[in-house]
Write a protein that binds this ligand. Sequence first.
Ligand code: FUC
Length: 816
Amino acid sequence: MANHPKHSDAAVRWCVLIVVLTSGWVAVQAAEAPLRLWYRQPAKTWVEALPVGNGRLGAMVFGGVTEERVQLNEDSVWSGRPQDADNPAAKEALPEIRRLLFDGHYSEADQLGVRKLICKGPGSGSGNGARAAFGCYQTLGDLKLSSSHTGEPTDYERELDLGTAIARVRYSVQGVHFTREVFASHADQVLVVNLESDAPGWLSFSASLTRSECAVTTAAGQDRLIMRGQLFDGEKTNGMKFVAVLRVLTKGGKVTAEGNSLKVAGAKQATLLLTAETDYRSDPPLYRGGNPEQTALARNDAAAHRPFAILREAHIADHRRLFDRVSLDLGESANANLPTDDRLRALGKGAVDPGLAALYMQYGRYLLISSSRPGSLPANLQGIWAESIQTPWNGDYHHNINDQMNYWPVEVGNLAECHLPFLEFIDSLRVPGRRTAAIQYGAHGWTVHTISNPWGFTSPGEHPGWGLFPAAGAWLCHHLWEHYAFNPDPEYLRKVYPILKESAEFYLDWLVEDPHTTKLVSGPANSPENTFIAADGQRGQLSMGPTMEQEIIWDLFRNVEDASAALFIRDSFTQRVHEARDRLLLPRVGSDGRLMEWAHEFGESEPHHRHVSHLFALHPGSQITSATPEWFAAARRALEGRGDGGTGWSMAWKVNFWARLHDGDHALKLLRNLLNLVETSGFRYDGGGGVYANLFCAHPPFQIDGNFGGSAGVMEMLVQSHAGEINLLPALPHEWAAGSVRGLRARGGFEVDINWNEGRLASGSILAEQGGVARVRVPNAVKVEAPYPLQIKQIEPLVFEFRARAHERYRLVATQ
Ligand code: FUC
């Protein structure tokens, strides 16, 4: 899929200039607190270290004075290999399991499901994917710098500057100031560590490159180290090959190789350049190719020919091109100047700190830019940052909420090109997904279940209670559609239409008629990853027509219909999709007024279960809006029932739900819960989520989805566009009485800037990037200025319709 054309940077800057000149935003922007995470001490644990990344290469910077640890990642360092895990037994057992479920024999169906419906073989490796064929995303290794400082360091500070994407450490020893900067350059595909002292001859250290297994480091000449390795492919170390090259350049002093480390003595400045590659290729059936050593050496040589200042400048320019598209000011925070860990502690004690919410939102954008760039693999459960060999949940791609959540901020946060790795990954699942559809279910089209890896795993997981989630493919297709919805480019839509179509083909075969209601239902399927209690006391996980399945398939069918309409395609296939959508079992409201999670009114074994699957239609779907008041109210009741706690990502989802329910204060409550500082380690499923000191989301353990979900939630509180209109300030909490946001994007190809005061929209503008009709809902009366007044129609007192031509900007100014 090609990158769609976007407005040029010059155009963006020009528009920004207009806004700045015409709406007095200079003052607002100047008042913004610096976007940085900072601390007065080095990181003791990995979740205190600071992440940098260029989409592919990542590093966690600890900031120690005498011992610096820069833990390294490369996004394709995956063990494992492709495996044949599709299970033909499933196809045979399907009619019987469906019959049992329709007749209410849930336990029996579950037992048969455990035996027949799961993948063949060990699936994800049940907690040990690193040694199984499924594989595991792992650390690349550690770059360690040991320095021979003597004397106590003073004036220590370390920070991560989100605007420049540079991690920095500063301190003094014996009156000499030292500065260390680390960044992962996308422009030069190199990780750069620069050390400087303000007096000549003071920099002396040794640098080593290590990995706990499967790697050997050797010196190459006096100024280079090369680490070579090969991972497990299951049983044997015959898997992915990787190479890392480290070079040290100095000003003053001397570099020598000693064993497998480099020694720098008496320098003023030292620049370390690290390049890394693997032989992974997204190219089935082997998924391998290329010459990683050659590429790593060539990229390292190229970087070594560019002075540090040039590398730094190119990196900052490249990062700013994406990051600066959005700015957010949520108002003054008394705690803005506290170190980030203290700031979190103060928030936990009840401090009002809207600036921290703005920082968290921008951190999500920063992390996405750093972990998902065109050409990279998509951001996994940990983005690209993983410390160990056996990463939790294999650091894989989970499609029952997690990897989708990773991409919630991408379009609204004006980073459309960072969506591409995920969209391309979805496309790449088609080939293995066709096999899975045919072998498991005898169905046409392509499908995927709860988990994937870069080796094209599309089979169900090894337990149906979590691993049998047939709607996963349709949910992934939601992203293909959303990219179009925000950037309406027919060329792009023509390319992805076959992927949507083939997914719909699968569901047309997969759906069955419920003999009791004649509705079309999906199943057997779990409602991720919850357990129900039937009226007669049976506990089960598999059922027919769980609400989430129905909602996601409805969403796919509607998107296919909209896509075919946009492409002027009308054929028997689109007619079949239309008819099937009409016959789908729709969301239902239970006797207690809550939206039902399953097709029957079951009891719940965990009423506060972390997944809130049945509210997919509220968010990220759009089947439930204020235009469907009965469902809207029932969704609210269901959400209240689920409570305000949860794992990290669960609370992040709830921020978005409350925003969609237009309850800004409740959304903020969840955001505060999400910013709960977690200072313990270990796994928890039953709540206790929050953030670590480095603002990484705590499931716990670290899982990045909550960072992205929380970031998207903040944006969702300010601008929504899923319900056929652009809704400005739909869920503004009282605490954010005054503020401004610039550069958020809305479906239809619009860019939104707004300025508010005393909780009311003060001024704003909507830029039509390519023209089209926009309906805009405002929270209070405004006057609209359009290039041609005839292009504006007032639909309701607070709803306007603009018929915009490309590049036109519509201005809104409060009238009272
Ligand atoms: C889903 C969730 C878990 C965890 C895992 C990676 O299975 O239910 O909480 O986030 O993904």
